[in-house]
Write a protein that binds this ligand. Sequence first.
Ligand code: GLC
Length: 414
Amino acid sequence: MKFLPVLLISTVLASFSAKAVEITITCGPSGSDVEFCLKHAQAWAAKTGNTVKNFSPPTSATEKLALYRQLFAAKSGDIDVVQIDTVWPGLLKDHLIDLKPYSKGVEAEHFPAIVANNTVNGKLMGMPWYTDAGMLYYRTDLLKKYGLRVPQTWEELTQTAAKVQAGERANGAKDFHGFVFQAKAYEGLTCNALEWVGGHGGGTVVNANGDITIRNAEAAKALNLAASWIGTISPTGVLNYEEEEGRGVFQNANALFMRNWPYAWSLLQKNDSLVKGKVGVAKLPGTPSAAALGGWQLGVSKYSKHQAIAADLVMYMTSASVQKTRAIHGSFNPTLPALYKDKEVLAANEFMGALEEVFANSVARPTTATGLKYPQVSQSFWNAAHEVMSKRTTGEEAVAKLESRLKQIRRKHW
Ligand code: GLC
């Protein structure tokens, strides 16, 4: 009977390897995104006997969406697990599977608003993975040196940035800038511009009833102020910055303020960061402060040949233990309220507790009201903002033109 255990083991191995498949996931490509995403995907692979392959997407959320839409239009099975931006579930609903049969109700442990956002016609299109809100990063050492406080309005930020920039440049730091942010013509600019407009009391471009609200004096003023930053407190190159370009400048100690998402925090604390230990995080300026709500979910392509296995990977990647590691080592905001009470998570990211109010009150982009037309609305908005900042038009002209453009897009209804 000695051969029995050997036989059993080989049968188990044979069935294991017969079922093992390769799952393609879109991790990265920038920051710590790729590092953590791949690390956990590989841990899942080791546990299950499957293998994972990375399909590295472009950095910009806009280009990512274009790529996915292209692959989905071709019914391509090239990607099994897809990263889904908070503004996409409605747009991609026809190409993603319902995760409910696989989630076993675990979504109830996540923030209800995110689950609701990810649910289209009763189907769960993505499991919440991490949430995002715009934040103001600042140099604690420099504010102290110049005796200045964290700015409360965008006007105050402008003045503070100008003073410190002048001082630092006079001390020989020729490449020093007051403020870096994301102003390339893409989805990131929509987030930034919403924060300036909202922070001036100028609304959300389209309101919850679907009314086009952007043509107002506060919105125009906010865009004009942003235009005044270009080439003064901000480098002209900011007009081509996504998230990572600004982080590079700030992390090399070449800026006083940076607008970015939470992921930047952990990278700024690394040993190779020139600003390690000199960075504070605050709510964005504005009355009210209007942080854009962002975040990512994981979903499974309808064209995947291994849907159940891909869904298993999604459940693993979005689990509490993976989210906890990502929060501690990558400062990715969890989507599980319980983790905001976790001592280790809070010790690694003071801001997650201190800025609770920012995350609770962050402002959604107008996707619910504009539905499938959101990408056109967003593109029109970022183009308007980009034109004002490139000094091709004024804030007043831009919001008037944007209003008529949005009316054309809406026609009778969104
Ligand atoms: C972040 C946000 C996402 C947003 C993107 C814009 O990744 O999480 O929601 O669309 O930035 O650049």
